[in-house]
Ligand binder design. Structure first.
Ligand code: ATP
Length: 630
């Protein structure tokens, strides 16, 4: 029987979550998950806990879901990143647990887990009085305060807050508290698993049954929550909506809206035009120039405010003070006061105003990122629009690409050099595509994006790397079809000409299931001397004494120095091969997959490290190589 779910007033927007659930209970769950390998058992542990806390108070779900995924709010909200450095944490543990820095360093070299060290230190420390046990609400709020504290005294403030919490920690609490502060819980709990557990808990609550709902129902609920999350990547809004009106109503209640960046649709790489023709056989498709700039999701809110979000959902409106979307709209002459709201998907590209042409990405990257004033703008940009996702109250993502394009052209207008449409061509002729690709390259583009035009497959699929969008990058046609974005895990000291800087780096991909970085190559090619100097300065800040416990590497490919996982390199490779000394994809193959003749292209700073090329992507690229297939 469907019972009306517990009602929560929909207008409440809690800033603080007063969850009184003991933090110790949450840590017990973390501990259990850490020692469990079966995914189904992990789902059960998490959903049982979520159900329990939901019964006490449905509001508990929000902070607990965030603590499960080691975040403090939606990705698009600034200032919620933790990732505190080892130095600060060690100092805090030392001062609050009565251990010398040297003792901690020695232990750290042995164990490699600051959380475990804090726990051990805390548990042998005698306490004079019994502090009040920590609650989830308190920890969540303190973590937020720590993340948001800035300025002169912020170090002290952070240390004070951590110490206060550490003093109250018992059992395994200190371990997980420190790991949360480092931004890596390392218990093998992927976000996908949290999403399933949350769906199950919300379902059980809604249907008020203690019996497990059918797998089919759980899958439907999970799909609805996942779809809603792609459009509104905010757990708080989604949980509230489920509690208010039920999961099955999510489709109607949690739709994309201007002001909340949705996760962009991504493309799959291809290595040849033939491959595109095979993949899209029988479908009508369009080829578009693939511009080499920065993705810009342009939002116009009904109050007239414009925002431009990056690929990561970062609000970068202030970077482009010269862009005003109203200038590019077709006005309704019969009602000029009519409010317009929309979301466009565009590429922001550097533009040469005199010669009326596109400039390379390197020129765009010289623009300041913050606090840009109109008078400082030296590098002009042009917006190249390729999709419209929302217009005046209506989400358009389920419409076909052909329909969306028509709407895009009806409601906006081309202003040369400021707002243009992605150049496109509809053809299924190999020769014509080849010519179009060559022209795209002559016009300073990276290659082509090829997209299905009609039917369900042409829907806009937020956050998905879709088979319905293929990229053809001129430079990579001979290799694996694309460049890779890899995390810099460590470095080797330079010799000879490179003495005094790092001579090479150890790179890894990200395994989204295990949360580990898996090594896949050493790289020493493609760096200019200036770049090596710049990298030396950059990485000096990130040096750590021991590898992170979530680094998966082989001892035969150990670097001289390890780094915090902070920076991605975009690299080229000739091809991929199996190797006993690397670890990428080694859960699938006995050996790891590694890059042959990797070459550095650039630092990739518009992606977070967890957006690195995934192990699954590397496996897919490896398997798509022709010599593997034959
Ligand atoms: P990833 O490496 O995760 O695939 P990426 O950011 O490196 O992503 P690519 O996959 O190389 O990007 O290509 C997709 C990107 O190309 C989009 O994010 C967008 O910024 C850019 N782009 C340029 N022109 C177009 C176009 N016509 N249609 C869609 N995307 C385009």
């Amino acid at each position: 029987p469907i019972v009306t779910p517990a009602k929560v007033p929909s207008n409440t927007k809690p800033v603080k979550f007063f969850s009184t659930v003991p933090y110790a209970d949450l840590c017990e769950v973390f501990q259990e998950v850490e020692s469990t390998s079966s995914r189904l058992s992990i789902i059960k542990i998490c959903s049982d806990f979520l159900i329990k806390v939901m019964k006490q108070d449905p509001q508990n779900l929000v902070p607990i879901t965030y603590l499960f995924i080691n975040k403090l709010g939606p990705d698009y909200e600034p200032g919620l990143e933790l990732g505190l450095g080892e130095g600060l944490l060690m100092k805090t543990i030392s001062e609050s647990c009565g251990k010398s820095m040297q003792q901690l360093k020695n232990q750290y070299r042995e164990i490699g887990d600051l959380g475990q060290i804090a726990q051990d230190a805390r548990n042998v420390q005698p306490t004079m009085f019994k502090p009040k046990p920590l609650t989830v609400g308190e920890v969540f709020q303190n973590l937020k305060d720590i993340a948001q504290s800035q300025g002169k005294d912020s170090q002290q403030r952070k240390m004070r807050l951590i110490k206060r919490m550490l003093t109250a920690c018992k059992g395994v609490e200190a371990k997980f508290l420190i790991r949360s502060l480092e931004s890596k819980l390392r218990i093998g709990l992927a976000e996908k698993t949290v999403l399933i557990s949350l769906s199950k808990a919300l379902l059980l609550n809604e249907y008020e049954t203690s019996k497990d709902p059918s797998m089919e129902l759980i899958e439907t609920a999970e799909e609805k929550i996942r779809d809603a999350f792609c459009q509104v990547p905010n757990y708080e809004i989604i949980i509230q909506s489920c509690l208010n009106d039920g999961i099955m109503e999510l489709d109607n209640n949690c739709k994309l809206r201007p002001g909340i960046p949705l996760k962009p649709m991504l493309a799959k790489p291809t290595k040849a035009i033939n491959e595109v023709l095979d993949a899209f056989q029988g479908e009508e498709f369009t080829c578009e120039y693939k511009y080499d700039g920065e993705r810009g999701q342009v939002h116009l809110l009904s109050n007239g405010e414009m925002r431009i979000y990056s690929r990561n959902g970062e609000n970068m409106t202030e970077r482009y003070p010269e862009l005003h979307i109203e200038d590019f709209l077709v006005k309704d002459e019969s009602n000029t006061d009519k409010e317009v709201s929309l979301i466009l998907d565009c590429e922001v590209v550097a533009w040469d105003n005199e010669q009326n042409k596109i400039l390379p990405f390197q020129v765009l990257s010289t623009r300041k990122r913050k606090g840009v004033e109109l008078k400082d703008v030296k590098v002009r940009v042009c917006l190249f629009a390729f999709d419209i996702l929302y217009y005046n109250g209506e989400g358009l993502i389920t419409k076909t690409l052909r329909e969306r394009r028509k709407i895009l052209h009806e409601v906006t207008k081309c202003v040369p050099g400021e707002f243009q449409y992605a150049t496109s061509l509809i053809t299924a002729e190999l020769d014509e595509i080849q010519k179009f690709l060559d022209q795209a390259i002559k016009d300073s583009c990276e290659g082509l994006m090829v997209k299905i035009l009609d039917g369900e497959e042409s829907r806009y699929e937020p956050s998905k790397r879709s088979r319905n969008w293929l990229k053809l990058k001129k430079d990579y046609l001979a290799g694996v079809g694309d460049s890779l974005d890899l995390c810099v895990m460590g470095a080797y000291y330079g010799k000879g000409k490179r003495t005094g800087t790092y001579g090479g780096f150890l790179l890894g991909c990200y395994n989204q299931d295990s949360g580990e970085y898996e090594t896949c190559c050493k790289i020493g090619t493609g760096f200019s001397d200036e770049m090596l100097t710049k990298l030396y300065e950059l990485f000096r800040e990130e040096e750590i004494e021991v590898p992170k416990s979530f680094y998966n590497f082989d001892s035969s490919a150990e670097p001289d120095i390890w780094f915090e996982p902070k920076v991605l390199f975009e690299v080229l490779t000739a091809d991929l091969s199996l190797s006993p000394i690397y670890k990428a994809g080694s859960a699938t193959y006995d050996k790891g997959i590694s890059l042959r003749f990797p070459r550095f292209l650039r630092i990739r700073d518009d992606k977070s490290v967890e957006d690195a090329t995934s192990s699954d992507q590397i496996i897919e690229m490896y398997e798509n190589q022709s010599h593997i297939q034959s």
